[in-house]
Design a protein around this ligand. Structure first.
Ligand code: PHB
Length: 359
């Protein structure tokens, strides 16, 4: 029976165990959206994970929606990320970068020349974002024109190329949590006509073009993707999530991606939203490739899900923030450090690199 501590080949990557550090926004980047020395230390401390999915990183200046998130569009960012990937590799770890475009979850104060956020729609999300002035309502977006999509795809392509230049073992395309790609996927947000709106096939087009560009640039074996069919976060669910995400997975299956990463239930919340059943196993069966699951896993559930073959990899978020040596603690059945929830977003070493390891 498979356990958390068994190695696995995931696309081009050989992982030491099944324990993944989930992507986690921490807002510690330096001016220029550059990961600094504290971020190097933070990931080094967590390098015993079978795989680290480094935090969501904007692919372009327009792609950012929260203060002080590290980017992957500039040469300075690539050089800074090299320090992170070298530190993780020196400890024997593996690390991929999550490629992010927030779409309409942004604020003009965060964008170049105070420009408007872009999305599939002109409609403003009922959501807040974190700016220099704290949490504020997101700004009104403008719908991308169809003729702007090729430029957007190019930003993903450049980001994937930059991630490899920065020493990452691969990338994870962020198609979850109601950010740009999901703003195209869901009919609760996407009110377009034309090739990127209307039918499920059209709403899936942007995602598939992004995947195609990234895979063309760095190879399918170094490309993963993250989905969240039942997360509401900043947008309502699609009118038919099973059909929508079933179609997405059916189209992804033949591409041979390294893995598919699914958030079960509400991101960071309940795994079983009331009255909202979703058949994740149907997606898993249709995908056939490496299946990564996330959301509130503890050792018992993780162990049983791996043993039954329902998943190949388990991603841990909050537990990895407060326990840099999570792999050892899981193996030894040790207690976990408590999360300092007031230190998740922004600040310095406190609640970031100062969580204790076992003696
Ligand atoms: C957040 O900053 O709150 C955040 C970022 C990326 C996610 C989810 C939440 O995928």
């Amino acid at each position: 029976m498979t356990t958390l501590f068994d190695p696995i080949q995931v696309g081009d990557l050989q992982l030491a165990n099944r324990i993944v550090m989930a992507p986690l926004t921490r807002n510690r980047a330096l001016p220029g959206n550059i990961p600094g020395p504290l971020t190097v230390e933070y990931y080094r401390q967590r390098a015993t994970a079978g795989l680290i999915v480094a935090e969501a990183s904007p692919i372009s200046p327009t792609a950012q929606g929260y203060l002080d998130t590290p980017g992957i569009w500039s040469d300075a960012q690539v050089q800074a990320w090299q320090q992170v990937t070298q530190a993780v590799h020196a400890e024997g770890g593996k690390i991929v970068l999550q490629l992010w475009h927030v779409g309409r979850i942004s604020h003009t104060s965060l964008l170049p020349d105070g420009e408007q956020p872009v999305s599939s729609t002109n409609q403003t999300a009922k959501a807040s974002t974190f700016t220099r002035d704290g949490f504020v309502p997101v700004s009104a977006p403008r719908a991308l024109r169809d003729d702007e999509i090729p430029g957007l795809i190019n930003d993903y392509r450049r980001a994937a190329r930059n991630a490899i230049a920065a020493g990452f073992d691969g990338v994870e395309i962020h198609a979850a949590n109601t950010y740009l790609i999901e703003q195209f996927l869901r009919d609760s947000v996407n009110d377009r006509t034309g090739p990127y709106g209307g039918s499920i096939e059209n709403r899936t087009r942007l995602l598939l073009e992004v995947v195609d560009a990234v895979v063309g640039e760095i190879g399918a074996g170094r490309t993963g993707i993250r989905l969240s069919p039942m997360t509401t976060f900043t947008a309502p669910l699609d009118s038919n999530p099973q059909a929508l995400y079933g179609h997405v997975v059916e189209k992804l299956a033949p591409i041979g991606l390294a893995y598919l990463h699914v958030i079960e239930g509400e991101t960071g919340g309940t795994r079983t939203p009331e009255g909202k059943a979703f058949d994740y196993e149907a997606l898993h069966k249709a995908f056939k490739g490496t299946w990564m699951v996330n959301n509130g896993y503890k050792k018992e559930l993780a162990t049983s899900v791996l043993a039954s073959g329902q998943a190949d990899l388990i991603a841990f978020g909050r537990l990895f923030i407060s326990n840099p040596d999570l792999v050892r603690r899981l193996r030894e059945g040790a207690e976990f450090n408590a999360l300092q929830a007031d230190k998740l977003y922004g600040g310095g070493a406190a609640g970031y690199t100062d969580y204790p390891t076992l003696a």
